[in-house]
Design a protein around this ligand. Structure first.
Ligand code: FE2
Length: 390
């Protein structure tokens, strides 16, 4: 403090002799950008593109608007359970269009909702790597690599959904020019050039902890997933380490007539439908009723902080979903996330985060069998034995 003599004794809007209420003084200081500043929220509001906020969002129906920075139409999507670290950017590319070259100090995992095209990624030596994508592709952009998306030339527009770590980065540095203007090359993030063509390395660890290291998965519907029985009947799962990022991605599969075990964790796991359809039940400990989300291709939501959630397949074929969050199995980012990956398939009764079938609310199985019957499907769940729930 160098100008103590100019420091006001009360809030500026207060008449002499009339003290401001603390709430008014705080609100006035927030409005003036003096405290509780939200750099990412402020940045988002300045972009001139739609911001969609809801618990679950149909990304195929989201309105977009031209975004000068990107040179394409876009929108920002903030699902309620997103937490503090990540957001979704929806990008729409019409026929013949390409985005402006970008590079940024935040991570970005791109899930292709519709359309075909290419992403051109440039490494520090100036070599260009071309990623040819289509529906259900997953792309990990190496941190701060220069890239652009190019439409594939067919008639239909392409729609991309990116989960990014811009919120945590902008809130940490609160300097847009630093985030968007750095020339630092993160050489270790690229890996072998073949990773931009979908090749990679399978890292075998244990059920639920197996990883596929790559920069690109051409089609998440057509990728072998190892079994992970501890998360549910017939459950399959694979974790992805994309461009050596902190950003996490995994794909899970549920066979016909099955559902996962319920569990809970911190927020931020953005859940996208890859194939099939179904619903999720969500509730907080002690709740009498469930919140229900019906999902299909295009829908995204994120279970909120410590909200139990459980996924149910109601399709006539195996259903897959993608989950993306900041902090993954390779680089968990926080101790909480590290504990999550250690205990995600352990029962609450054993100090874990999962509700075994024997411990679940009986209404859950009854509802599921009713939903299957509507579609003429048979429940393939194992009978519940040793039920502990009243
Ligand atoms: Fe979860």
């Amino acid at each position: 403090m160098t100008k103590a003599a100019t420091r006001p004794h009360t809030a500026a809007a207060t008449e002499p002799g009339e003290p401001a209420s603390p709430d008014d003084a705080i609100a006035e200081a927030i409005a003036a950008g003096k405290l509780l500043v939200q750099p990412y929220a402020r940045w988002a509001a300045q972009q001139g593109i739609p911001i969609i906020e809801d618990f679950a969002v149909d990304l195929l129906a989201v309105e977009t608007a031209p975004w000068d920075r990107l040179g394409a139409r876009a929108a920002l999507v903030h699902v309620a359970g997103r937490g503090d670290w990540s957001n979704i950017v929806v990008t729409e590319l019409s026929a013949g269009k390409a985005t402006e070259p970008q590079r940024h100090l935040y991570e970005e995992v791109v899930y292709v909702l519709s359309g075909h095209g290419s992403t051109i990624v440039e490494d520090e030596a100036g070599r260009q790597h071309t990623v040819d994508w289509g529906p259900r592709s997953l792309i990990g952009l190496p941190l701060n690599a220069r890239y652009r998306h190019v439409h594939g030339g067919r008639n239909e527009p392409a729609r991309l959904a990116s989960v990014t770590s811009l919120p945590v980065m902008l809130n940490a540095f609160h300097d847009e020019d630093f985030i968007l203007g750095s020339s630092w090359n993160f050489s270790g993030r690229f890996g072998d050039a073949a990773r931009f063509r979908g090749e990679g390395e399978f890292v075998e660890v244990a059920p639920g902890r197996h990883m596929w290291e790559t920069n690109f998965v051409p089609d998440l519907a057509d990728f072998e997933l190892p079994a992970w029985a501890a998360r549910g009947a017939g459950s399959r799962n694979l974790k992805f380490v994309l461009a050596d990022a902190t950003m996490h991605a995994h794909v899970s599969e549920m066979p016909v007539g099955t559902y996962k075990k319920g569990h809970r964790h911190h927020p931020d796991f953005h859940v996208f439908t890859v194939t099939g359809h179904g619903y999720s039940l969500l509730w907080y400990e002690g709740d009498e009723e469930f919140t229900r989300i019906n999902w299909r291709h295009g829908v995204v939501y994120a279970p909120a902080d410590q909200q139990f959630h459980q996924h149910f397949n109601t399709a006539a074929h195996p259903t897959r979903y993608l989950a993306v969050a900041y902090g993954g199995l390779r680089y968990p980012f926080t101790e909480e996330r590290r504990q999550h990956f250690l205990g995600v398939d352990k029962s609450v009764s054993e100090g874990g985060r999962q509700i075994d079938y024997a411990d679940e609310d009986p209404r859950i199985r009854v509802l599921y069998e009713k939903e299957l019957a509507v579609s003429g499907l048979t429940c393939a769940m194992p009978p519940v034995t040793g039920r502990a729930h009243p």
